[in-house]
Every structure is written in structure tokens, then in C-alpha cells.
Write a protein that binds this ligand. Sequence first.
Ligand code: HEM
Ligand SMILES: [Cu+2]
Length: 584
Amino acid sequence: MATIDDTATDTETGEEYATPPEERSAYLDRYPSAARIVRWCFLVAFGALGVGGLFGMIQALHRTGVFRGFVSSSDYYSVLTGHGVLLVLVFTTFFIAGLFTWAVTQSLEMDLPRPRLAVTWFSMILLGTVLAGTAILGGLVDQIPASADVLYTMYSPMQAHPIFYIGAALIIVGSWIAGANYFLMYRDWRAENAGERIPLQTFMVLTTFLMWYLATVGIAIEVVVFLIPWSLGLISEVNPLFTRTLFWYFGHPVVYFWLMPAYLIWYTILPKLSGGRLFSDPLARVVFVLFLLLSTPTGIHHQYVDPGIPEGFKFVAMTNTMFLLLPSLLTAFTVVASIEHGARQNGGGGLFGWLKNLPWDNPAFSGCTLAGLMFAAGGFSGMINAGMNINYLIHNTLWVPGHFHLTVGTASALTFMAITYWLLPQLTGKRIRNYTIASIQPYVWFIGMFLMSNAMHRAGLAGVPRRTAEPQYPSQGITFEGVVGGVSEMRLQIAIGGVLLTVSLAMFLYVIATTWLGPRSERIRVNGRIPKPLSSADDSPRVLDNMKLWIAIAVVLVLLTYGPPVASIVADGIFAGGSAPVPV
Ligand code: HEM
Ligand SMILES: [Cu+2]
């Protein structure tokens, strides 16, 4: 097995992978105010990950009947809301805001020019988190006179306390300001570097945020125009189909807001960790542009079973969703090719023999790679979700959480954890402590998720529902017999998998906390320099950098796919219950 030696050089170009000792804390020394805000973002992100993960274990043990002592079944929904919101909204948003700050500052080579603006968005997202979190906690603690058991998919007719929605709105608006910060930095850079290609990482951040601005329009309208006034009692009725449509307009592209940062890591850092270089910068740009264009006009695929949206529009959404496979497949090939290049630089050979020459003991590398591998499986179950007819089989079953624990729960979450082993030393000047525990952690996550997710998928096929504390229907007297191949075996897998995941999470938090609280080191193990891609930006058409063009096309696609169905829903009245459900 290859271990990356920090004095290695690229044999083809003679370019050094290693940074000389005096440059080892380069990021921290060069960009101190960016490093500070990234550290703060990571701190909140990992706090949310810890609490959210613990809730996950409680759910896994509760709904499988292994241990029900933590909460009552009637409080299950509050825990599930906390799990969803803390992990897919709070953890991801904070981590991504921090990661992107790192990516923009280091690829544009400038420290945060507007630290106050950074403090503003950080505080806003934090305040939003505290408000939403308090409302969710209110579902578990009687002393808090608020509750928000509406799950992270917040739409009517379920209603939460206004502070939950106000918190959610602050999180969204805060993220917009974070994005504005990146765009302003890009503008500063452009003023000094007319005619130059946008550095790849910044390109990725900007395309991700353009997609995010377009997508969050949906949830912003839903929350601000409908849910806040409705929860305050200012309006008495809203159209549930309309709020659902607005939510899912945002609810699908949000998954690309979680994934594109993982892709940024796989494209720009992972090849270097494997000892090589990115295969193709132009291809990476094409992939991000495709995500910008294709992520949003697909959300109706979450509404295949919603009455009130004609089949034809659902069919269009399905077709668009299938197109989205293209950038993910391109990514799979490019990233694997880049890793293979790295392994061959380290002396690897043969058809598969090169796999042995990868640094499997480096948790940053193994975590990203295992996450990518699981993402491939998640992509296949996603294709099944997307199929209009097969969707009916798995809709609202445990299959669905089985699917997204592979995608956001592993592809994003494990990649984010893994790359922290590489980023944290640069942000703190501290060498990772308890490295052995760190080296094992991604494998424990992988095994835990393998068990839990596999069993969830199978349980879904067997009709076991999601989002319920009592999936066994005891009052109907339904029992499941058998240990191997039966529902009891799946339940056991989910419980064991859930516990392993929590153990892995605890290992991660332990390593990060001990490193963070420990003293600064003389020498850190990682170097932050990113080698040039084999095929560089100069090989790609300039039009790729034309952000205005891409966002214009993205908007047109959205208008084409959402205009007609939204017009027909609005015709029913937006502040009214809507038509009676008629299957169409
Ligand atoms: C310790 C690790 C984890 C465990 C044990 C765990 C366990 C679970 C279980 C058992 C459910 C299904 C509950 C039900 O439908 O009744 C669930 C749902 C969910 N999990 Fe996790 N999970 C973990 C980590 C994650 C991560 C890292 C993410 C995302 C970053 C995530 C996101 C979600 C979401 C969005 C739901 C659905 C919530 C809903 O239906 O409203 N989980 N989790
Ligand atoms: Cu979707």
C-alpha cells in the first residue's frame, strides 16, 4: 500500500507535491481571517453532525424495536425532524459555507476582503439554526412553548411554530449572503485579472451558488409568503399542493447543493491525495455547468403520487432527471481516471493492480473514495426512484432513506468528514492526533452504512414504511418471522448499522476535538498545494466561463418545466385549499 510521502514529486513534470517545511502552515499564515471563519463554520457543522447523528441512532434502535427507552413513540417525529434539519440543513450549510470560503480564498489567492460580511452571514445562519432548533426541541421539552414536528420537508398542511419558519428563512437568507461574499471576491479578482480563466475551484463555487440562488427562490417564497403568515394566523388557508410544489422545486436541487461541494473535493483534492493530478479541467467545468442547467427543472419527480399535477409534466420531470445522470457518470469516469493516474505515478500497474498503490491508510483519501463508491450504489437506487412507474413501489417506504443515506448521508457527509482530516491541519496549524483512529473511521462508517442502507432498501421493497416509530403495525397483529432473509433480519441490520455509524461519528468527533484542542505542531502531515490538471483550463472553450449565459438557459428551462403546472395549481387559488384530489 502506498503512503503519500510528503517529499514526492510528479515524475512526468518534476512538479513537487510537497510543500517545504516553512510553508506548511501556509493557508493559516496567508489567510488568517478566512481560516478563522472556516473554523467557526466547521465547529457548528460538526456540533450539528454529532447531535443529529445521535438522533439517527435513537431512530434506528427505536423503530427496529431494539431499544425504545430514549423517547416515546409519540416524540419520534420530533427526533426525526431534528435529525433531518440538523443534518441536511444545518450541518451541510455550515460545512459548505466553510469549505467554499477555503476554496475561493485559496484558488483566488486572497484573504477574505470583507470579514464583516462573513460575520454577518455566519451569525444569520447561526441565529436561524438556534430559532429552528429551539422550536424542534420544544417538541421534546414541555418547558418550551413551541414545537416543529414538520420534518425537514416543511409543507402544509402540517404546521410548525412561526419561529421554526423564521429560523429556516434566516438560514436561507444567510446562505445567500455567503454566496454574495464569494461573488464579490470573484469581482475583486476579475478587476485585477482581466481575460484570465476563472480558477477551477472558484468556478465550481460560483456555478454551485448560481444553482442555489435559482433553487432557493422556491423555498423562500414558500416560507416567507405562505408558511410564516399562515403560522402567525394572518392567513387561514394555503394550498397544500402549491406549498409542496414550491418545496420540491427547491427539494431536488438542494441535493446538488450537498453533492457539488463533494464533487469539488473529488475533482480538485482527491487526485492529489492519490499521488496524481486531475485528468481534465475542461471536463470538470462541463460537469458543473450541466448541474447548473439540469438540477432545478426536475423537482416534480418527488410528486409522482401527488394528485393535481397532470402526468405529462411528471413525465417531463422524469426525462430531465434521467439527463442528470450524465454529469454524475462523467464525474465517475474522470475521478477514477485521475486516481488511477495517481496510483500509476506511485508505481502501480496492471488492470486492477494499481488499486494497491493507493494510500488506503490516509483517512482523507479512503473516506472520499469509499464515499464515492457508495455514491455509485446510491445513483442506481436514485434511478429507480426517478422512474415514474417503479417509484410507486418504493414511494414513502424505507427504501427512500436507504437511498439518501448513500447520497447525502455518505457521499457528502463522509467526504466532508474525510477532507476535514486534510483541511483542519491547514486551518489550525495542528497535526491530526489519534491518526490510527482516524484511519479506521471511514471504514467503520462504510460498514455501518452498508448494513443499514442495504437493509433499508430491502425493507422498503418489502413495504416497510419510512417516518414511523411503529413500522410493525402491532395493533393489526402482523408479525414477521424468520431471522435470515426476513424483516427481523433487516431490522437487526439496521440497528447494528445504525450503532456502527454512531461509533464512527464518535471516532471522528474525538479525533477532531483532540486535534483542535491540542497544541500547534512543528510540522503538519499534509500540504495544501494542488497540482495542475493534466489537461488545463486553457484547453477548454471560453464560453464555459460565461456565467450569464448558463444562468439564463437555466432560468428558461425552469420556466418551461414549471410554468404550466404552476399556472394550473395557482388557478385553484393559492390561499385556498385547492381542488379536491382527482387522480389525473
Ligand atoms: C449516525 C448516523 C446515522 C444514523 C444512525 C441514521 C439513521 C436514520 C434512520 C433510521 C432514519 C429513518 C427514520 C424513519 O424514517 O423512521 C433516518 C432518516 C434520515 N436521515 Fe439519517 N442517519 C444517520 C446519518 C445521517 C446523515 C449523515 C444524514 C445527512 C447528512 C442523514 C439524513 C437523514 C434524513 C434527511 C432522514 C429523513 C428524515 C425524514 O424522513 O424527514 N442521516 N436516519
Ligand atoms: Cu429528487
